[in-house]
Write a protein that binds this ligand. Structure first.
Ligand code: G3H
Ligand code: 13P
Ligand code: ZN
Length: 287
């Protein structure tokens, strides 16, 4: 059942666990995420990016997610969310086509411009009952820079600014940068746990961590203990999908043109990855 993202996150915050916000691009991934949540009796968030909306069609993907949630998992809380909306235009479009929750990502703007723009987005969204996630500091992307050379200080969330940002803008959730980065890396920077604790003390909205797809369970637990109640996951599920499909194509591609067999394996692989993450996050059994 489609459920308010705000409600899902507040319950996680109160309960001391985290929920997964999984990116989808297609039918197979959407079914995999919802089926995983159903099997583990877990709340879950499904999110799409602008690129996915261009690829699938915004209304098509939104209605696909809503239909799968309503018909195949009526008792599971499923949040529907726009990930990394970068302009007022895309936010307004998403509100119009039925997103109950959006992220406005002004993280590459300076503090004043990010605050002003996020506040504007919050005003227009709250008027329509739509929740907003903001980002302060900035979570880098693989390939954006040589990660060995990265000047992490430039990306990190400042706890004092975070407090001011949340007060100024009225956001419902905050994405933080504490050494996390989008994509898979050979080596990861150790997260700045002290910084996260300081942010958590000064900010009362749920805290979201992007780009922790390849974090091991121990590290996941450390940040949950310090206030993270949502993890965005994309790369891990994409890799499971592609690896499975590659294997199937290799093994049966010359023999089978049955897309259901080829894509079915990929769907199963994504489901297993989502289940593993849900268990790490501790949201299994929490419906
Ligand atoms: O941070 C979000 C995604 O991993 C980027 O996904 O390629 O759909 O924009 P995208
Ligand atoms: P990964 O691609 O590292 O899984 O990050 C996902 C994310 O942050 C989506 O917003
Ligand atoms: Zn992200």
């Amino acid at each position: 059942m489609i459920t308010s993202v705000k409600e899902i996150l507040l319950k996680a915050k109160e309960g001391g666990y985290a929920v997964g916000a999984f990116n989808t691009t297609n039918l197979e991934t959407t079914r995999a995420i919802i089926d995983a949540a159903q099997e583990l009796r877990s709340p879950v968030i499904i999110q799409v990016t602008e690129k996915t909306m261009e690829y699938a069609g915004g209304r098509a993907i939104v209605n696909l997610i809503k239909n799968i949630a309503e018909f195949y998992a009526p008792e599971i809380p499923v949040g529907l969310h726009l990930d990394h909306g970068k302009s007022q235009e895309i936010i307004e479009h998403c509100v119009e086509i039925g997103f109950p929750s959006v992220m406005y990502d002004g993280s590459r703007k300076n503090f004043a411009d990010n605050s002003a723009m996020t506040k504007k987005v919050v005003e227009l969204c709250h008027e329509k009952g739509v929740a907003v996630q903001g980002e302060l500091g900035s979570v880098p992307y693989i390939g954006e820079t040589d990660m060995g050379e990265i000047d992490w200080d430039q990306y990190m969330t400042d706890p004092g600014e975070a407090e001011e940002f949340v007060k100024n803008t009225g956001i419902d959730a905050l994405a933080v940068a504490i050494g996390n980065a989008h994509g898979f890396f050979k080596e990861r920077k150790e997260p700045d746990y002290d910084r996260l604790e300081m942010i958590h003390k000064r900010v009362n909205v749920p805290l979201v961590l992007h780009g922790a797809s390849d974090w091991e369970n121990g590290r996941v637990k450390e940040v949950i203990a310090r206030g993270i109640c949502c993890f965005n996951v994309d790369t891990a599920t994409r890799i499971s999908f592609v690896n499975s499909l590659t294997k199937s194509l290799h093994e049966q591609g010359q023999l089978s043109f049955d897309l259901r067999k080829l894509m079915g394996g990929a769907r199963e692989a994504v489901k297993n990855t989502v289940k593993e993450k849900i268990k790490y996050f501790g949201s299994d059994g929490k419906i």
